[in-house]
Design a protein around this ligand. Sequence first.
Ligand code: UFG
Length: 339
Amino acid sequence: MQILVTGGTGYIGSHTVVELQKRGYEVIIVDNLSNSRREIIDNIEKITGIKPVLEVFDLEDRKKTSDFFKKYPDLKGVIHFAAFKAVGESVEKPLMYYRNNLVSLINILESMQENDVENIVFSSSCTVYGQPDHLPVSETAPIKKAESPYGNTKQISEEIIQDTIKVSKINGIALRYFNPIGAHESALIGELPLGVPNNLVPFITQTAIGIRDELKIFGNDYPTPDGTPIRDYIHVVDLAEAHVIAIKRMIDGKMKNDFEVFNLGTGTGYSVLEVVKAFEKVSGVKLKYKIVGRREGDIVQVWADPTYSNKELGWKAKRNLEEMVASAWKWEKAYRSRI
Ligand code: UFG
């Protein structure tokens, strides 16, 4: 059973490739390596014993995308991760984000139609809910106006998929991720931010290992118990497992509708300070941090209602916060010792 994983050398992509291979799927990766490294392929092989096929090109290229689909006529489905994902950068370079994230999706969908590939799992985000009116947030909550071009590409992409489904044989599942953190237990794959990390956990682990001076906590005057914002952090391996279930659900013809949406979160929210404390506990490292002003665009708090995903997918996030930050720390140390 052949599956295309776009962005398969990236953070969530690489973990999903491992879980797919473990369950017997043959994975073909397309990646332009713009935000990842070719060596990840070797590390995937070290984990699973199977080297996935890697085709390096840019999915913005219509002709190359079309040629790729013709080269692999047996594809049963697509899991589409490849996209730019930095919120701040998207505000600076909106057209770069709209072109990359939307054009590549359009090229994939056109090629799927031409080649009778009927199943696509799309990497979406809880960012589509903005600051929800009710917590926990379920899949039926209204979509809020996007705070950034990045967030807008996720909303528009879901709409592009829905409109395509209406006029084709394509089925789609949008998986709305909450905050993926952590790394594979082998510490051979993990999150590898280029330059200064934007996200909390890579910033924590890089500070602890001495690459950054101190963590800046963006505000402690929010209306939350300790004043810092709350998120639903989910282990990347739990997230990866949900992708395997989603693609199988499509291939097995088990969908309720031709477009489905699932929240991927644990259902529990933790504050920034709680994440810092969990990290200090599992690592034994005292983290240097200081409280600074709020970061523009940050929402106060969000966590998932995963009831529908738990029930419909038969999936549940299993790994707790301490396991998440411990695995992120193990990965950071292992990665730094290798380079
Ligand atoms: N934070 C800090 N210091 C840092 C980095 C983050 O205090 O150096 C705080 C943030 O203010 C926030 C929390 O840690 O309260 C989590 O921040 P992240 O940047 O790790 O995650 P976000 O929730 O801001 O962003 C994530 C994804 C985005 C997505 C967004 C939608 O990274 O892709 O959720 O809510 F758009």
